[in-house]
Design a protein around this ligand. Sequence first.
Ligand SMILES: Cc1ncc(COP(=O)(O)O)c(C=O)c1O
Length: 327
Amino acid sequence: MKLTDEINPGISPKNTAPDSQQLEYAYFEGQYVPFTEAKLSIRNPAFLYGTSLFEGIRGYWLPETKQLSIFRMKEHYQRLLFNSKLFYMTPADLSLDDLCDITVELIKRNNPSTDMYIRPTLFKSGETITPTLENIPSDFCLWTKPLGEYLDLSKGLSVCVSNWRRVQDNCIPARAKAGGAYMNTALAVTDARKMGFDDAIFLTSEGTVSEGSAMNLFLVKDGQLVTPSKTEDILEGITRDTIITLALNELGVDTVERTIDRTELYHADEAFFCGTGAQVSPITRIDNREVGDGTPGELTRKIQDLYFDVVKNKLPRYQSWCTLVQL
Ligand SMILES: Cc1ncc(COP(=O)(O)O)c(C=O)c1O
């Protein structure tokens, strides 16, 4: 199956940049600068040791009103700031509101007319050869990029259980979205794709189901949603939370958060990935076994439709999740 991701090298996004002549800006070292001027030293510790924390946020283009709907921006920055404490990266001079304001301002300066990916990063800066988190400065940067679909949302994905295990909480906490931990992701995705699968499902080091390479996982069994609990070395996804809320409020469907055995994957009626990048991506094959009847499931489709309505600011009940930037 063809993947349609702009993050994945060599694959084009569905949407294109509005105007290739337009100067693109980034936020770097406390300023809005032309993107090409935002550069780090090759001695930067985040580059050397992966000592960074990041978020991936989506902005959905609303052509009728010429607005960008940034989805759950505040929650993304809350997660970033929460994790920054653990890694001694709390930015001294930037509050939650400042981070949101910088994001809105950068969007205005980049003036897109397409769906966007927004990438904030907190990182260790200065120059040191010691892999440490203390007594070296932290910095914040931000860039944006047009982004279409990260995974194919229509036909259903064929995925495998990775033979790489998810990083453990007491190694590099998966809930932290730490740059260095994405070597783990890269190994799983690369090997899955080399074997002909679209993506991979991680097991924990205990052998229970954890999450996708860069997305959370849901199964449907007997009309109920089941997803690995927060202690299964997952990122506590904002989309995961969105789905749990929407399924309950809008469809009356409960989600059970619990430990999941590997073989439950093969017995599921439906399965899907979710995440800022993945959005809601149906899974139709796991380890070459059909999920349900091998087509995207009915409940998955309903959740996918709801999700797109919500991120595009169409459901009044959830409009507080969308920050609208007028362009
Ligand atoms: C490892 C991992 N799990 C899950 C997710 C989904 O998290 P969210 O819904 O907050 O984007 C992501 C990021 O998208 C991720 O990198």
